[in-house]
Design a protein around this ligand. Structure first.
Ligand code: NA7
Length: 300
């Protein structure tokens, strides 16, 4: 159905990630209705041609495909299951796609509620942050049936550079938490390495040059490493969202009987940095907790 760009789409949650995703769906030619709790965040989309709805229920009423990108499980609870939520406006035949990072159980619960109303569901969280969302270069990991995914693939393709079908509903959410386990550990490793290097008398640009070249190099080391040198903590993925993810990963680990000692350490660091007041800064601000623990004084 959706190779046809006349298919009406609704997008809910136009935060750092959602705004870019919605813009790219609009650019691809789909008629788009958007909704966000904080109204100011839909102004640019409206100027670009999107319709703005007053409630999630109103936003989804005329749509064939409904996407959302919300902070966490609680936000999904309110926007999907709430009083004027998606489920109160949705109708049989629609496809709902949750791109938020949530627990796989939240995906399964949504699939069940939608299924009772004849609505198909995919969990389709995304890798990448604000820049990749704006550029339409996210990486999507999907849980759900192929027959549901294939018709909406062009819509997901409008906002991404690749789409990975991981299995049943919940498999996309599980893959996202597995990926963010690695992200968390890399951020912690890079932070500890920089603090140790600086206290050990090395120049950070020299350290970065080595880490960016040797056989452990990664885009995260390249980009976050440079931002740490510049002390640039502009938010593209908020530290508060990383804290939320460490809790989700811990819960998944406990449920699956997998001890995650590295992740436990990251969660403590992130919690300390959030308690220092850095929750709205970029996730890389977790280095500020490592610095404090190491007795390093910094102005920024
Ligand atoms: P942002 O920029 O913090 O955006 C979060 C969005 O979720 C934003 O639209 C919020 O609305 C919305 N939100 C949060 N809580 C609620 C409730 N309770 N009700 C309605 N809407 C809500 O985060 P990102 O865009 O970086 O991340 C989104 C997801 O992708 C997240 O799962 C990440 O881990 C990955 P607001 O504008 O605050 O009114």
């Amino acid at each position: 159905m959706t190779n046809d760009t006349h298919v009406p789409v609704a997008f809910l949650g136009t935060g750092l990630m959602g705004e870019g995703m919605a813009h790219n769906i609009l650019k691809a030619g789909y008629p788009l209705t958007v909704w966000n709790r904080t109204k100011t965040k839909t102004a640019d989309l409206e100027a670009a041609g999107a319709s703005v709805a007053a409630t999630p229920a109103e936003a989804v009423r005329e749509a064939d495909v409904v996407l959302y990108c919300l902070s966490d499980d609680n936000a999904v609870e309110e926007v999907v299951f709430g009083e004027t939520g998606v489920l109160t406006g949705a109708r049989a035949g629609q496809v709902a796609i949750d791109t938020s990072t949530v627990h796989p159980e939240t995906s399964r619960r949504q699939a069940e509620a939608y299924g009772e109303r004849g609505i198909d569901f995919l969990d389709a969280p995304v890798f990448g942050s604000k820049a990749e969302a704006a550029a339409g270069e996210l990486w999507v990991v999907v849980g759900g049936r192929s027959e549901v995914l294939e018709p909406v693939r062009p819509i997901l393709a409008a906002m991404s550079q690749s789409i990975h079908h991981m299995g049943e509903v919940g498999a996309g959410a599980t893959m996202k938490l597995v990926g963010n386990l690695v992200v968390s550990l890399q951020l912690q490793a890079l932070s500890e390495a920089f603090v140790l290097a600086a206290k050990g008398g090395l120049e950070l640009p020299d350290v970065h040059a080595v880490l960016s070249e040797i056989d452990i190099r990664s885009p995260l080391i390249d980009n976050v490493g440079q931002a740490l040198i510049d002390r640039d903590f502009t938010t593209s993925f908020a530290l508060s969202n990383l804290l939320k993810d460490t809790h989700l990963i811990s819960r998944l680990g406990a449920e699956q009987g997998v001890p995650l000692a590295g992740l436990d350490a990251v969660r403590e660091t992130v919690t300390a940095a959030v308690n220092q007041g850095h929750g709205d800064e970029n996730a890389s601000a977790l280095i500020k907790a490592v610095e404090q623990q190491a007795g390093v004084q910094r102005d920024t």
